[in-house]
Design a protein around this ligand. Structure first.
Ligand SMILES: [Zn+2]
Length: 209
């Protein structure tokens, strides 16, 4: 694994370890302590936005019944939750600041234990995304760097590390998703990759010594 990717993998593992030691996961550290999570509600309240990098994210989950009904009425691939999915982090960059256009980069699905399960891209209508070329979107990946304490510093670093670790796969998903969205405008999820951090690390080529 290339040195920078190895660093991202180590950072993601470190964040998970310290969260676990604290009795938390990336999910529980994101949700309000006492709140019962509600489908479609953004967590944390007000989303997370780092004005220095322009990175922006929120976590939410979809109601399975609603997704199933939508799937039954529409052959298009809807943004339905995977059976094992608890929810997902929608990751964006606002290159011109909070008042400027917002561009979705990737959604990061996790299970109820906060473990990565899937990465996916969505059509622009799903997240009110401003138009941009696939290459322009790919170029924004390096801007996704969240250095904030809200809602939790380790969650922000974990998410930054996952996007960095999978930068090549996410770029491929963005390009594939852009092509598929043109061919089928009804798609919600335009491209996806099922993965786990353990798989990613074990399948990566060894770093040359
Ligand atoms: Zn979503």
């Amino acid at each position: 694994m290339a040195v920078d990717l190895l660093r991202y993998a180590q950072e993601a593992a470190y964040c998970e370890r310290i969260l676990a030691k604290s009795g938390l996961t990336v999910v529980t550290a994101t949700l309000a302590q006492s709140a019962t999570p509600t489908h479609w509600t953004h967590y944390p309240e007000g989303d997370v936005y780092d004005f220095e990098s322009g990175a922006h994210w929120y976590y939410h989950s979809h109601a399975p019944l609603e997704a199933a009904q939508r799937e039954a009425s529409d052959a298009a691939q809807s943004e339905e939750p995977e059976p094992s999915e608890h929810g997902h982090f929608h990751c964006f960059v606002r290159p011109d600041g909070k008042g400027g256009p917002v561009h979705h980069l990737i959604a990061v699905s996790v299970d109820s234990m906060g473990r990565l399960t899937r990465l996916f891209t969505v059509a622009r209508h799903v997240v009110d995304d401003a138009d941009i070329s696939a290459e322009g979107r790919v170029a924004l990946l390096e801007r996704f760097d969240v250095q904030l304490d809200y809602p939790n510093y380790l969650v922000n670093r974990w998410l930054t590390a996952v996007v960095g670790l999978y930068q090549d796969e996410i770029a491929a998903l963005i390009r594939e998703g852009a092509e598929r969205a043109v061919r089928d405008p009804k798609l919600d999820v335009t491209a996806q990759l099922e993965t786990t951090l353990a798989q990613k690390v074990s399948r990566a080529p060894r770093a040359e010594c």
